[in-house]
Design a protein around this ligand. Structure first.
Ligand SMILES: O=C1O[C@H](COP(=O)(O)O)[C@@H](O)[C@H](O)[C@H]1O
Length: 224
C-alpha cells in the first residue's frame, strides 16, 4: 500500500482528478475503451467536479459505481444521482453509464442483468474507492450477509448486500473486481477515517475490516 498525505482536501481532490484523467488517457491509448468505477457517498463530489472537465475521449469511457444503495435516482441517497449531477456532466457527459441500479423491489431481481454489462468492462482501467469509519469499502460492510462470498477469490462480479450498518439493501462490486483493476485508489478524509485505516491494516482478517482486502496494491490518498 502506498499512502499519500496531502496538505489539504482541495489539493488532494484536484490532484486525484488529474491522476485519474491521466490513467484513463493511458488506457485509451492502449485499448478501444477504458472503464472507471467510482464511489458514492459524501467524499468524492469535488473529485467529480474536476474530473468531468478532463480533456479526453469520454465517448470511449464506461463509468460505473463501486456500489449502489437500492433506492431510485430521485432519492437523496442515490449514488447514481450524485454521479449524474457531478461526474456525467461537462465533457464527461459523453461517457457511457453502466448502471448498478434497476427499479425492481429487491437487488436480487436485477443482479444478473446488471452483472452482464459489467463483465464486458473488466478488468477496470481505474477504480476509485471510498471508505466508511466502520472500515467498509464499496458496500462490503462488516457483518454483511454475503460478505464472505463477496471477498472470495472467485466471487461473482456483482452481489446484493445487506448489513446492519447499511440503511438500505445494496448492490456492490466484489473484491475480485476491485482488486483486478489496473489502477487503484482509495480516498479518505479526516482523522477518524485515518484511524479506521490503521485499524484495518492491523485487523486479523477482512471479515472484520473489509477494506483490508483491497489495501495490497492500493494508493491511499488522505487529507485532514
Ligand atoms: O455508503 C457508502 O459509503 C462509502 C463511504 O461514504 P462517505 O460518505 O463516508 O464518503 C462510499 O465509499 C460508498 O460508495 C457508499 O455507497
Amino acid at each position: 500500500m502506498n499512502l499519500i498525505d496531502y496538505p489539504d482536501q482541495d489539493m488532494m481532490m484536484l490532484d486525484l482528478a488529474d491522476q485519474i484523467a491521466s490513467e484513463l488517457v493511458m488506457a485509451l491509448e492502449h485499448g478501444e475503451r477504458a472503464s472507471l468505477a467510482v464511489p458514492g457517498g459524501s467524499t468524492p463530489g469535488p473529485i467529480f467536479d474536476a474530473l468531468c472537465a478532463a480533456d479526453l475521449d469520454w465517448s470511449r469511457v464506461d463509468v460505473m459505481l463501486t456500489d449502489e444503495r437500492w433506492v431510485p435516482e430521485t432519492h437523496p441517497r442515490s449514488n447514481t444521482a450524485l454521479l449524474r449531477d457531478r461526474l456525467l456532466t461537462s465533457r464527461a457527459a459523453k461517457a457511457n453509464l453502466i448502471p448498478l441500479y434497476h427499479p425492481t423491489e429487491t437487488p436480487e431481481e436485477s443482479v444478473e442483468a446488471l452483472a452482464d454489462r459489467i463483465e464486458g468492462c473488466l478488468p477496470l482501467s481505474v477504480v476509485l474507492l471510498g471508505m466508511g469509519e466502520d472500515m467498509h469499502t464499496a458496500s462490503l460492510f462488516p457483518g454483511a450477509d454475503r460478505l464472505e462470498e463477496a471477498l472470495a477469490p472467485h466471487a461473482p462480479a456483482l452481489l446484493p448486500m445487506r448489513a446492519p450498518g447499511a440503511v438500505e439493501p445494496r448492490m456492490t462490486l466484489s473484491a475480485r473486481v476491485l482488486n483486478s483493476a489496473v489502477n487503484k485508489h482509495l480516498v479518505i478524509t479526516g482523522r477518524l477515517k485515518r484511524d479506521a485505516l490503521a485499524r484495518a491494516m492491523n485487523a486479523e482478517d477482512a471479515m472484520e475490516a473489509p477494506v483490508k482486502i483491497v489495501l495490497g496494491a492500493m494508493t491511499v490518498h488522505w487529507a485532514a
